[in-house]
Every structure is written in C-alpha cells, then in structure tokens.
Design a protein around this ligand. Structure first.
Ligand SMILES: Nc1ncnc2c1ncn2[C@@H]1O[C@H](COP(=O)(O)OP(=O)(O)OP(=O)(O)O)[C@@H](O)[C@H]1O
Ligand SMILES: [Mg+2]
Length: 250
C-alpha cells in the first residue's frame, strides 16, 4: 500500500538513509528498531509526505506522493496517514475531546465526526477524562487520546514514533494490544518505530536500521517477551487475554 522505493536522504551532504526499501502492506503491523540517530524518525517523516527524500520514491497505492502538488499531499497526510508520537503532541489548551476532533476539523472533506468521536471514546475507555485537559492526564490516557486523534479520520496507515517510549510496562502492554486490535478491527496498518521488543509479538514484519541501512529480520519467538493482550474496554478491569498471532496478508 505504502512503498518506500530505494530512498536516500542526506542533510547538508551528510548521508542519513541509504537505499531504503520498505513496504507497508494492507492490514499489517511493521516494526522498525535501531539505535538513536540511525534515521528512524527521518524515515517516518519521508513516509508521511513531510520530508522529501534526496533520492528515490514513496508510492501510495502506486502513486509517487512527492510528484503531487502541496494540496494533494497535505490531503494525503490528513486523510490517509495518522501519527502517534512519543510525547503525544496534544494541544494543552484543548480538552481531550477537542484534541480528538481537531484533525477532523482540519479535513475539508470530513462530515460531522461527533458519532465517531463518541465511538472511539468508548472503545478506548476514555469516558471519564474526555472533558479534561492534557496536563491533567496520565501517560496512558494521553497516549490513548493521541491514538484516537490519529485514527479519527480513518487513515489507512498509522505512523508511530516510539509510541510507548514514555510509558510504564503495563501501560505499554495496553497500547501494544490496542494497536493489534485497531489493525484487526479497523483494517489500519501500522509502521512503528520502537525500542520495545514486546511489539514483536504483534508484528507481521520486523526491520532493523543501522547507520542508515534498513534490513528485514526474522521474528524469533524466543527473543520476544510475552505481552498481555488486553481489549481496550477491558483494560480498566485488568483482564488478560492470551496474545494471538494474526495471519499474514500482503
Ligand atoms: N532537519 C535535519 N537537519 C540536519 N540533520 C538532521 C535533520 N533531521 C535529522 N537529522 C540528523 O539525522 C540523524 C538521524 O536522525 P533521526 O531523528 O532520524 O534519528 P532517530 O533514529 O529517530 O533517533 P532517535 O532514536 O534518537 O529518535 C541524526 O544524526 C540527526 O541529527
Ligand atoms: Mg527518532
């Protein structure tokens, strides 16, 4: 669906990414790991349409997104892509509810989204904090609000940059289970940059990036720590469900 084709990226002559090939198939979770400074956020920026690569192409449904005009590309960013950031990037002066609705308000093609916001609030178990402001929310609540904001426009792909980097293990488990649930139920694909090996439990594909070179890896079950599978609505009740491996689709 989204194809990074032989992409190179340099900043002021300094090579950051070299001949990157990476595909996000439909209905898949793709995990990228690598050391700090290896180019992970740069790659997500290129995939999102925000950062034009020095060389190579990014294809969305077969079309080169960097050959589109600014309007077409920003529509793609708003409609087809959702972002989840390590530090949530919520607007502090808007309530949780207003933060979730914000991208829909920016989308000139969106209809009234209130029903969908209400559905997401229930799905993510956020009813109790929905009129509170981000500075008063816990890390897990902030990240769930950020996830709701990322998927309100029903994107095809969510790009997540260290989405559990700022969370404790239990809360990280809930977010990991939530990504799997969103992928299964809503057919949204994920490209996740993370240091969290438990993400490999739900991954369909796993890549490592080293010194700007990306390589696909085997997912070895022995190196993966077990993760609790919790349904979002059940997280508050703390019920654990066994993780299940999703069948692969390309
Ligand atoms: N706009 C820019 N101008 C110049 N250099 C940049 C720019 N953006 C990123 N870099 C450099 O590119 C390299 C890769 O940065 P990037 O943020 O992609 O790394 P990362 O793998 O996401 O690291 P981290 O795990 O710490 O988030 C770094 O050395 C960074 O300083
Ligand atoms: Mg980064």
């Amino acid at each position: 669906m989204l194809v990074v084709d032989n992409v190179c990226m340099s900043f002021k002559g300094r090579k950051i990414l070299e001949n990157i090939n990476f595909t996000v198939p439909e209905n898949s979770i793709n995990v990228i790991m690598g050391k700090s400074g290896s180019g992970k956020s740069t790659l997500l920026g290129i995939m999102s349409g925000l950062l034009k690569p020095t060389k190579g192409r990014v294809l969305y449904l077969g079309k080169d997104i960097y050959r589109w005009g600014d309007f077409r590309r920003s529509h793609f960013r708003n409609k087809s892509i959702g972002f989840v950031f390590q530090f949530f990037n919520l607007l502090p002066d808007l309530t949780a509810y207003q933060n979730i609705l914000y991208p829909a308000a920016l989308n000139p093609f969106s209809r009234n989204k209130r029903k969908e916001v209400d559905y997401l609030i229930g799905y993510l178990g956020l009813e109790h904090i929905i009129h509170n402001y981000p500075p008063t929310l816990s890390g897990g609540e902030l990240q769930r609000v950020a996830i709701a904001r990322a998927i309100i426009n029903k994107p095809k792909i969510v790009l997540a940059d260290e989405p559990t980097g700022n969370l404790d293990d239990d809360t990280a488990d809930q977010i990991i289970a939530l990504f799997k649930d969103i992928c299964d139920k809503q057919g949204i694909s994920f490209a996740v940059v993370t240091h969290e090996t438990r993400f490999l439990n739900i991954a369909d594909a796993y890549y490592r990036i080293e010194k700007g070179v990306l390589q696909k890896q085997e997912i070895s079950q022995t190196t993966v720590e077990p993760v609790m599978k919790q349904k979002p609505s059940e997280t508050l009740k703390n019920r654990t469900v066994k993780a299940t491996k999703k069948k692969k689709k390309n």
